[in-house]
Design a protein around this ligand. Sequence first.
Ligand code: FE2
Length: 177
Amino acid sequence: MQKVTLTEVFTHPIAQKYLKRSGMAHAISCTYHAYRLALKHGADPDLATKAALLHDIGHYEWYTDGEWDYEKYKQNDIHAIKGAERAHKLLVRLGEHPKAAKEIALAILLHTDSYLPEGTLNQNTLQKVVRLADEKDEEPEGLHHYRQISDELALKKIREIDRKISDLAINPLKKSV
Ligand SMILES: [Fe+2]
């Protein structure tokens, strides 16, 4: 049973503000991928979909003279750290279980290693699922952040995923992929 639904997270004004900044369509696609990948790899779909939805909410707009400045972004970006913290605060505020909020925040923190010093990360299944979901939807030069989706369709898709997750809780063998 979900303590907090994906719809509650998605419709919160803080989530809306940051999802619009980093790309709503990308967030929704990743949430879908995360649902399927969680079933495939044996991760919790509730945690995986929340982490995937919120994985990029820590992005900041690195612009110079109105143009996206990739170099500045590369040098200064900490979106995974910021996103993990924002997501954790939002989830706790919505009443999420602290343990679940921590797991989701960690999956967001580790969804990319682009900001980390060289080395290999030892990721658990949930963290891998969120990274794979993000990679599945990536486009060259960060174009995935600019794809569009209407508010109505985004909400419809989020509700669909909520329904799939609650179906699973009722009948764990159904696995509606
Ligand atoms: Fe992403």
